[in-house]
Design a protein around this ligand. Structure first.
Ligand SMILES: [Ca+2]
Ligand SMILES: [Ca+2]
Ligand SMILES: [Ca+2]
Ligand SMILES: [Ca+2]
Length: 399
């Protein structure tokens, strides 16, 4: 099925978010990219600055659709009467999400590439939480309807069109995270004891093992980068703490943080909760510092981060009404953001201006994106043309 993005895409007005206490790093700006009463789900982003999330457009889960944001343009990817939720996107613009038929619970794992949907897995009980890496490996959770409170579930890993279960067939295995070199991590929840217990697993090269410690309290929701560094949260009495696992050594990163995501620079985004009505808010660990990214009375949480240091997060007004925020690079005419205008920047200007591809671009699906050339689209109109270049020259030629 090829969806008709041309008819459905729409330009949005961007609001810069006022930030009294917030510490947005130099060179970045925080924008609100949706602004409506609809429920917007947790979003994911890739290195091209493309964000994906699900939006509940009507009153039922069947009205939930997958939305793509790319360089100022929102596009609706699905148009159907099914529940389409929990999307992810890799750097090639290949997407995955899970689908529940006519609003029922999710039982299908979908991959979307070049405008075509492919059903890659189906489980009559449930199939949830898909994620995709840049090699088009997929990880997700399959549910069996057995075990304690019918909660048995395993992690499925799909590589080169072959699916295998990498968890050991006991307990509730969820929240798979993949890196781009074949490693996987997830949470193994045991809901039988009171209180419930959990462990963090690591899978590499055919071998799975537990990497959290027995004395940790409810270790869960791990994130992994391409060097195999894993960060997860544990809970103590009231607040989360973050543990970082590198080369087999575990250290506590902070005693105040939950739901981490790590990039290949080692930057970590998390949420931090507060007593009383305030928050939670999104914080960034970057170059040894903890920075508070958001502020204000609404909930800001479930962030994701890419290697450019850009962050996406969800802001909740109520449990039913949420919007998406994006902390992106401020465009200066520099391509590599290393603080100078040198041959690298000039070369990329030439490459991004070169050829009809970027000059007369009509995006038709997520695989067709400006990607890194977006940083040279200084006037944010979805091309890199002479108008952008003259703006850059004016800036560059100033003393
Ligand atoms: Ca739908
Ligand atoms: Ca909304
Ligand atoms: Ca530079
Ligand atoms: Ca432009």
């Amino acid at each position: 099925m090829r969806s008709n993005l041309g008819c459905l895409r729409y330009l949005i007005i961007l609001f810069t978010v006022p930030a009294a206490l917030a510490q947005v790093p130099d060179g970045f700006e925080l924008l609100q990219i949706t602004s409506d009463a609809h429920y917007d789900s947790t979003a994911r982003l890739n290195e091209c600055g493309q964000l994906v999330f699900a939006k509940r457009i009507g009153h039922s889960w069947a009205d939930t659709e997958v939305i793509l944001y790319d360089n100022g343009v929102l596009s609706r990817i699905t148009v159907n009467d099914d529940r389409d939720v929990l999307p992810d996107i890799n750097n090639n613009g290949v997407m995955t999400w899970c689908r529940g038929i006519e609003g029922a619970g999710a039982t299908q794992i979908i991959v979307y590439e070049d405008g075509v949907e492919t059903l890659v897995a189906e489980n009559p009980v449930a199939a949830t939480g898909p994620t995709i890496n840049n090699q088009e490996h997929l990880g997700w959770t399959e549910w069996w309807g057995t075990g304690c409170e019918d909660s048995d579930a395993d992690i499925a890993l799909r590589r080169n069109h072959r699916v295998r279960m990498v968890s050991d067939g006991t307990n509730t295995n969820q929240a798979a995270a993949l890196n781009n070199v074949g490693m996987c991590t997830w949470t193994d929840y045991d809901f039988c004891p009171e209180p419930w217990e959990s462990r963090v697993w690591y899978y590499d090269n055919g071998v799975a093992r537990v990497i959290s410690q027995d004395w940790m309290h409810q270790p869960q929701v791990p994130t992994i980068n391409d060097s195999g560094t894993i960060v997860w949260m544990a809970t103590d009495i009231s607040e989360g703490e973050l543990w970082i696992w590198r080369d087999g050594v575990t250290e506590r990163l902070t005693d105040w943080g939950s739901n981490p995501r790590i990039n290949n620079r080692g930057d970590i985004v998390m949420r931090r909760s507060y007593e009383g009505l305030r928050g939670p808010h999104v914080w960034l660990y970057r170059d040894g510092e903890f920075l508070q990214i958001t502020d204000g009375p609404n909930k800001h949480w479930v962030p994701d981060i890419n290697d450019h240091g850009e962050i996406v997060l969800r802001m909740d007004y109520t449990a039913q009404s949420t919007d998406i925020l994006f902390m992106r690079r401020i465009r200066t005419g520099e391509f590599d953001f290393d603080g100078d205008f040198d041959l690298v920047d000039h070369r990329e200007w030439t490459a991004c201006l070169d050829g009809p591809d970027f000059l007369a671009r009509h995006r038709v699906d997520p695989t067709d994106t400006l990607c890194d050339c977006r940083f040279l689209d200084l006037d944010h109109d979805n091309d890199v043309d002479l108008k952008d270049f003259s703006g850059f020259q004016n800036t560059f030629s100033k003393p």
